[in-house]
Design a protein around this ligand. Sequence first.
Ligand code: P1T
Length: 380
Amino acid sequence: MKFNTKTIHGGQESVDPAYGSVMPPIYQTSTYSQSTPGGHNGFEYSRSGNPTRSALENSLASIENGKHGLAFASGLAAIDAVLKLLKPGDEIVSTNDLYGGTYRLFTSIFKDFGIKFNFIGMQDASEIEKHITDNTKLIWIESPTNPMMKIIDIEAVSKIAKKHNVLLGVDNTFATPYLQQPLDLGADIVMHSATKYLGGHSDVVMGALVIKDNALAEKLYFIQNASGGVAGPQDSFLVLRGIKTLHLRMQRHCENGKAVADFLNNHPKVANVYWPGLKNHPNHEIAKKQMSDFGGMVSFTTKRDNIKDAVAFVEKLKVFTLAESLGGVESLAGHPASMTHASIPAEERKKTGVLDSLIRLSVGVEDKHDLIEDLKQALG
Ligand code: P1T
């Protein structure tokens, strides 16, 4: 199946065996009757497995070209499960530009469990090798990164990971499998905040992992069940429904993202625009190689680099909503320094370009003319 068919049918039963329902039922149950101890139809307790969650997990595996999908209560619960593969003394090399909550999970929780983190710039993949030691077990990347939209060459990083026998995990939240499929580029684990584009309607919080390797999937399933941060059946249904229109929404997100990035790039008050589709983006060539289009996330700074003007701008927006999160049908605007990335110390933030004037836009699927008019009036 091609991608646009997989979003609708991938991993799904063609007909529900009970009543022929076209959409999988929401199995709102915690447990399943057994005829004799162990005598069940594949499900015994909904932390271990639930048919609605399984339908979603099979869809996730299909759209990411993996073999196994695992759905979690949030994106951070999914990353938390990956980190539980490690032991005290193990090391992780991670991108220095990444979601603030991931940084907080790494440095405020797992550091205290004896795991060491190296946060580095990875636009030049060969940098990574300098930071790999005998204790390195995992390379963790986002591409595009949140919020600076840096692009990391996943194939080049995966070659380094394989050479050193280190796992590579890719947070594919911003790109989605519509734009890039990291498992095909050599990653071991793909992670999603399904809260974002996969759900697509800002009505659910969920995380996902997709894996090809059976033994690794087995370990992660064990952690999912043992730690228990699982997705519920209602939320699984919603994300499964979201995935069915992922390709349609992403096509429009990309189209509108380009229109917004071009508008900002030509605006006299704007200093820098970060969108990987722009020819002047430092990683444009890698983006062209590994992504089929450039997505709907756009960040920018203004020439008057101060927090007061940035706040005034986001307050003036009318079509864009000032809010955390991204990836829904509606356009959102955020101020990373005080919102999504406030948990990263100011000096660390500034090193990666997260200035006080940085604005991050999640460009939705509204009419692009309305979006541009809104930005124009707020910048004015
Ligand atoms: O919010 P949650 O579903 O737990 O996902 C965390 C997460 C992980 N990875 C990336 C790249 C993310 O962007 C996020 C969540 N991000 C936001 C809420 C945000 O506004 O950036």
